[in-house]
Design a protein around this ligand. Structure first.
Ligand SMILES: O=C(O)[C@H](CS(=O)(=O)O)OP(=O)(O)O
Length: 254
């Protein structure tokens, strides 16, 4: 069973990917941390959109949907909420359907092969994301790929460090993984930039601090506070949005 990391979703365009592999998509600040918290707070579905227009249309199509997201970290006009994990952690989202679009994280889900199993990973659900991916890969006899959402096409330190953390967790759970150069690199990054160092050094962290989103960083940089691992369960035919659910048993076939 192979384990590899893509530090940027664009890398997927240059290799032969397989829809049989299990993909863990990471956008620590903030999309995948936010999605995890949305399900923690009871959400029934999160629908991931690639653009503001797609999200607005999907929000208008079905009354009651909560429209969430950001454009350059700000809540766009006409949206109900932004992309703040701290804000969602204060809300009761029981049985709600949320539409979410963000600059990098939701797009990274679309960059993985269509019909592949895509799990949402972050520091917040790290151990659970690793063990869920391993269980699925063992069941399906497939490989595991970790995809960093990165930042507008550029390397993001926090995503690479989190990928290293997940790789470490996976290697502690299984001796059956063949590792690739990307794993050595990411684990070294994690060792040098654990969450406390990311708070001070990662550009996304500095940007969120400058915006006064300190509380978000507490969620994004805390490890293993959740066993919730959202999964893409399909595509909504009418809008093209990816439907995410939790638990993984919601995954019948994509
Ligand atoms: O809202 C976020 O944290 C970012 C926006 S930006 O990169 O900080 O402008 O989006 P995400 O897709 O969650 O990385």
């Amino acid at each position: 069973m192979q384990l590899r990391i893509y530090f940027n979703p664009a890398e997927l365009n240059f290799v032969e990917t397989s829809a049989e592999d299990i993909y863990i998509v990471i956008d620590v600040m903030r999309a995948t941390t936010t999605m995890t918290i949305m399900f923690e707070q009871g959400a029934r579905h999160v629908l991931a959109a690639q653009s503001l227009e797609q999200a607005l249309e999907a929000g208008q199509r079905v009354p009651g949907r909560i429209l969430c997201g950001e454009y350059h970290t700000k809540t766009p006009a006409g949206f109900d909420f932004g992309n703040s994990p701290a804000e969602f952690a204060r809300m009761d989202l029981t049985d709600q359907e949320l539409v979410l679009t963000t600059s990098n994280g939701t797009r990274a889900l679309f960059a993985c092969p269509e019909k592949s199993i895509r799990l949402v990973g972050c520091f917040y659900n790290g151990t659970a994301a690793a063990s869920t991916a391993l269980a699925l890969a063992q069941e399906k006899r497939s490989n595991i790929a970790i995809v960093c959402a990165a930042e507008y096409g550029y390397f993001a330190l926090e995503d690479a460090a989190c990928a290293g953390y997940l790789a470490k967790e996976l290697l502690s759970l299984s001796s059956d993984l063949t590792i690739h150069d990307s794993i050595h690199s990411a684990m070294t990054i994690y060792e040098n930039y654990p969450p406390a160092a990311l708070l001070e050094k990662a550009q996304s962290s500095l940007d969120l601090l400058a915006l006064g989103q300190q509380k978000d960083l507490e969620y994004c940089l805390s490890k293993n506070n959740s066993t919730c691992v959202p999964v893409v369960t399909g595509i909504e035919a009418e809008t093209g949005l990816l439907r995410l659910a939790y638990p993984v048993s919601e995954l019948v076939s994509i």
